[in-house]
Design a binder for this molecule. Structure first.
Ligand SMILES: C[S@@+](CC[C@H](N)C(=O)[O-])C[C@H]1O[C@@H](n2cnc3c(N)ncnc32)[C@H](O)[C@@H]1O
Length: 279
């Protein structure tokens, strides 16, 4: 079968526009078959090997089942760098890039070291992006999931980062030796009642990365603020991604902590999803 005939199979079978279908086809050609998609235009009669053919059909079936393309190619671009991703970690989202950008821009002009901790790091995308963008920021990344921490190790190596990686369960917080100046986190924040509103491909992401306990949608924010109460320096900063559907409840829990300043920011979709706290 040639490269154009396979494109038609994709177009006919994926319930997408031709442009969207071609986009996916080209990614799989390039990333998994090592075939430059320019061949579609330059060599329309290019014959696919049976190995490529089987791979393309098999991956197309996964796409039909809503399996995320980022897991298929084990890659997601985040803040300008390709992160390795697999089913053990959340696929980094563009809203989270805005959170990272906020912290990085706030610290462009620092000339002394600051200690940063990325709680609930998943693939490590937040902490590693910060680390490779500012050498004054001494970054630690942590997660409860040992499988996610293995993904962090891969990304640390691939991206030449110096982050420290530690296993940490936010439910079992203890005092650290040396305090942090900055906490950043995108913790699990979907309430289980929201699960039926999610895109179908989200069901392949780890549940532990998505959902809060049923009885407390603010569970992880309380844990982060408890962590901050004992491990953040005076006037330390906290950058958080929050669930826009629970902003009111989030504001309520803040009154239990001694916070000096709260600054909400809309994400690019106009949702109140990002917040900076000064302790
Ligand atoms: C929403 S994902 C965020 C991943 C990454 N920070 C990102 O923005 O793409 C939340 C992460 O929290 C971790 N997590 C869940 N429960 C935790 C706990 N009790 N302590 C620490 N991490 C936890 C999950 O393993 C998951 O990697």
């Amino acid at each position: 079968m040639n490269i154009i005939e396979m494109r038609s199979i994709y177009r006919d079978n994926l319930s997408l526009s031709n442009d969207e279908s071609d986009f996916i086809y080209k990614i799989i050609l390039k990333e998994l078959c090592n075939i430059d998609p320019i061949k579609i235009a330059l060599e329309p009669n290019f014959n696919l090997s049976s190995v490529s053919e089987n791979k393309l059909i098999q991956k197309m079936k996964m796409i039909i089942d809503n399996y995320p393309i980022d897991y298929i190619i084990n890659k997601k671009n985040f803040y300008g760098n390709d992160f390795y991703v697999d089913e053990n970690v959340l696929i980094p989202r563009p809203e989270t890039e805005e959170l990272v950008d906020w912290l990085i821009n706030d610290h462009l002009k620092i000339d002394n070291q600051k200690r940063v901790i990325d709680l609930c790091t998943g693939s490590g995308c937040i902490g590693i992006s910060i680390d490779i963008n500012n050498s004054y920021l001494d970054v630690t990344i942590c997660d409860i999931s040992t499988k996610a921490l293995k993904v962090c190790e891969i990304n640390k190596k691939n991206l030449n980062s110096n982050v420290k990686i530690i296993e940490l369960d936010l439910n079992l917080i203890s005092e650290v030796n040396k305090k942090y100046d900055i906490i950043i986190s995108n913790p699990p924040y979907l309430h289980p009642s929201e699960s039926n509103q999610l895109d179908k491909n989200v069901r392949y992401e780890p549940e532990i990365a998505l959902f809060t306990p049923k009885d407390n949608p603010l569970h992880f924010y309380e844990k982060i603020l408890d962590f901050a109460s004992i491990n953040l320096t005076k006037k330390g900063l906290i950058y958080l991604e929050i669930n826009p559907n629970f902003t009111k409840e989030f504001n309520q829990i803040l009154s239990n902590y001694s916070i000096n300043h709260v600054n909400f920011k809309d994400d690019f979709r106009g949702k109140k999803r990002l917040v900076k706290l000064i302790f």
